[in-house]
Design a protein around this ligand. Structure first.
Ligand code: NOJ
Length: 721
């Protein structure tokens, strides 16, 4: 059955149209049923295949129009089988990981009746205080865009109506990640140029990849709350980019226009939001109440706009195949993780760990006495934020997994402290046990609940109790390997150099303990890279590698206090003193974007380019660059080779460099591979302002880097003849 959307629309009353334009935020089961009988167009997942079929049956068979439901849910990094958090996935520098999670998520969720996920979150962010960094892909628009495209491909599959696909939702449009002070939901103020270059870019890539829906953001941007931002929702998204899908509001985001102070009441909010381009309102007052009365009338709201919104919703339902197949097979629906998917989740998790430091303490010895301590030794809290009650739980602790993985090690396990509490006795016990061990594995971190939505932190260090334990062990002279679970980059300055190795494991999902154990043992080599800068201090935030140049870049200095100030006799050298730095910090971050080590070493050499002087048309055709990477150590390992572009002189101040390509390779000892990049004209373009993206002739520097070695080559883009 194909549906004739225009004739369906022509039959709809004003109220029936409005009902297609709302999804109600967390109704009870009875409220949900009443809404569906009334003709509401969307619902949150009921939550089982059977209940979803029952809901669809009411919509299709017992309402006048028989329109099936969009069934939405936040399937963020897994429905039943939980994959690493999105930030962890970004650390893999491998789009296949992001796509795999999305594919498995879509297969599980659609089989159970979900057809729309509120994912991926593609908000670029430079502020680790913001708790939602865990849900995105970090600070870089290029890496984030590549992963956005992978997610859309994974969720949406070959086609939305194949029975194992979900409509993806790019969120939160736009600049939500630029919240002032990193405080969730806070306002944002971003130049048009940076908006284009950084914050809109991931959405543009996702729309181009065919994402079916987009969610408006909670924040105001340059004074206009995004739920009422016509210039961006309609002007840029729908008109300039030709997005023909559905824009959904965030939870109560339309009603909250009143709190933003741009409308006097919720009726005006609904009018402003739909007028601006929101197609489905999430939450808020009912657009049609129990007596069938519409919240807004056709006199208040442009009918053509409402028709356009309804058309978009109906078209999405058609693309999802819902008119033909509204039901799922409840007897074969997923209800929990399978062995096969757990295995895939473990493999994905093994791609995401980042070896931050290592003086040779890792991989762990296969024998000897090792003390496992810290709150993550026995905790099962590895799923990360944004999992729901039906997610399959973690079934073993790190202690269990390590005992299985390294059976010849004589393991001792002690907590030493909780996530937030440490007693003198517990710390003393850990120190005492450490004295009898060859090595301590200290599993510490942020529990899942302190990152994610509404979980901004002003202090992004490890909780005090855990730092106390690290210092106590270091004071006692123990050899310590830290396993750091976290939802965000942390400030680790006080302890990172006091321990012998640190493996960042984020929150790796259902199979985290096995993946961590296999990495610590050396069976798997850590090969991820940090997708967000780790600052030295929260005072450096916002911080990102692709910062614009300043007129006074620091060459030396930082950490000048107190000596310099004590001997300071007056300014006489602007080179050394009046430069852009902090008096009380060494220059630069603790770990730059892209940092990560391996259990082996690599050499990069033979960086070559097909041409070093190009015309604009040759640049359009692409410039080929190659570099050889060799595993120079004696263990198999992964290297990530990144390509950065620097525009040396431009009409607008440019970032010091911008990522334009990356490849992760696995090499055996002694093995070499040639990595190829194609630099396209688009990689050299920049936004001169909010309207114009330009390609300016002149000198560019290309840098290949694997974070331990870098090589540079110049390329000249000639003036047009
Ligand atoms: C609020 C969050 O900001 C958004 O990302 C999510 O999709 C909605 N709630 C629905 O759960």
């Amino acid at each position: 059955m194909t549906v004739d959307i225009e004739s369906l629309l022509a039959r709809m009353t004003w109220e029936q149209k409005l009902l297609q334009l709302q999804i109600v935020w967390r109704p009870s089961a009875a409220e949900r049923e009443a809404l569906i009988r009334r003709g509401i167009g969307s619902t949150f997942w009921p939550p089982s295949a059977g209940e979803t079929n029952a809901a669809q049956r009411i919509a299709v068979e017992e309402t006048e129009l028989g329109i099936p439901l969009l069934v939405g849910l936040d399937v963020i990094h897994g429905q039943f089988t939980i994959f690493p958090t999105p930030l962890a996935q970004a650390a893999a520098f491998d789009p296949a990981v992001a796509e795999l999670d999305a594919r498995v998520s879509a297969t599980e969720a659609r089989s159970a009746g979900v057809n729309w996920t509120f994912s991926p979150m593609v908000d670029v962010t430079r502020d680790p205080r913001w708790g939602r960094v865990v849900e995105g892909f970090g600070e870089d628009p290029y890496l984030s865009s590549v992963l956005t495209v992978a997610k859309v491909a994974g969720y949406q599959g070959r086609a939305l109506d194949t029975g194992d696909a979900l409509a993806a939702c790019l969120k939160h449009f736009v600049a939500y990640g630029a919240a002032e002070a990193g405080r969730d939901y806070n306002t944002t103020d971003v130049s048009d140029r940076r908006l284009r270059e950084t914050y809109l870019e991931t959405f543009r890539a996702g729309v181009e990849a065919g994402a079916a829906t987009v969610m408006a953001a909670f924040n105001a941007l340059n004074g206009i709350p995004m739920h009422a931002n016509r210039a961006l929702l309609t002007g840029v998204l729908k008109e300039e980019w030709g997005f023909d899908g559905v824009v959904v509001g965030d939870a109560d985001g339309v009603a909250q226009l009143v709190n933003h102070g741009v409308v006097a009441d919720e009726r005006a909010a609904v009018v402003a939001a739909i007028d601006a381009g929101v197609d489905i309102v999430m939450g808020g007052s009912l657009l049609v109440d129990a007596d069938g009365v519409a919240f807004v009338s056709p006199d208040e709201l442009r009918v053509a706009r409402v028709d356009d919104a309804v058309r978009r919703v109906l078209r999405l339902k058609e693309r999802l195949g819902l008119f033909e197949r509204p039901y799922v097979n409840a007897s074969t629906a997923s209800t929990s993780a399978t062995e096969r998917y757990r295995e895939l989740a473990r493999q994905a998790a093994e791609r995401c760990t980042v070896l931050l430091t290592n003086d040779g303490a890792l991989p762990l010895p296969q024998t000897g006495r090792v003390l496992l301590a810290g709150p993550y030794a026995r905790s099962l809290d590895h799923l990360g934020t944004w999992v729901q009650h039906f997610a399959s739980p973690v079934t073993e602790s790190l202690a269990d997994a390590l005992a299985t993985e390294l059976p010849h090690v004589d393991w001792e396990v002690v907590d030493g402290c909780g996530f937030f509490d440490a007693t003198d006795a517990a710390v003393a016990e850990a120190v005492e046990r450490a004295a009898g061990a060859d090595l301590v594995v200290l599993a510490v971190g942020e529990p899942s609940r302190i990152s994610g939505e509404a979980s901004s932190r002003a202090d992004i260090t490890l909780p005090d109790a855990q730092r106390r334990l690290i210092h106590a062990l270091a004071d006692a002279g123990a050899r310590v390997v830290v396993v750091l679970a976290t939802g965000r980059p942390l400030v680790v300055e006080d302890w990172i150099e006091r321990v012998d190795a640190t493996l960042c494991v984020w929150h790796l999902g259902s199979e985290a303990p096995a993946a961590i154990a296999r990495t610590l043992s050396g069976r798997v080599s850590p090969g991820g890279r940090v997708p967000m800068t780790f600052p030295r201090a929260v005072g450096q935030v916002p911080i990102h590698y692709d910062h614009e140049r300043t007129g006074r870049p620091p060459r030396t200095g930082g950490a000048l206090l107190p000596e310099t100030i004590a001997g300071f006799t007056g300014p006489n050298n602007t080179d050394d003193y009046y430069t852009s730095k902090f008096l009380d910090l060494p220059l630069g971050p603790r770990f730059d974007f892209g940092h990560g080590l391996a259990y082996t070493t690599f050499a990069l050499d033979g960086f070559e380019m097909s041409r070093t002087v190009v015309s604009a048309s040759e640049a359009e055709a692409g410039i080929d660059a190659t570099v050889r990477v060799t595993n120079t150590g004696d263990r198999t390992g992964d290297d990530v080779v990144m390509l950065f572009v620097t525009d040396e002189v431009a009409s607008v101040t440019q970032p010091v460099r911008r990522l334009r390509g990356f490849t992760r390779v696995t090499l055996q000892p002694g093995e070499s591979v040639t990595v190829a990049f194609r630099i396209e004209a688009d990689h050299l373009r920049f936004w001169a302002d909010g309207q114009h993206r330009v390609l300016e002739p002149g000198d560019f520097t290309l840098t290949v880097s694997d974070c331990t070695t870098e090589h540079r080559l110049g390329v000249r883009l000639e003036e047009a003849a």
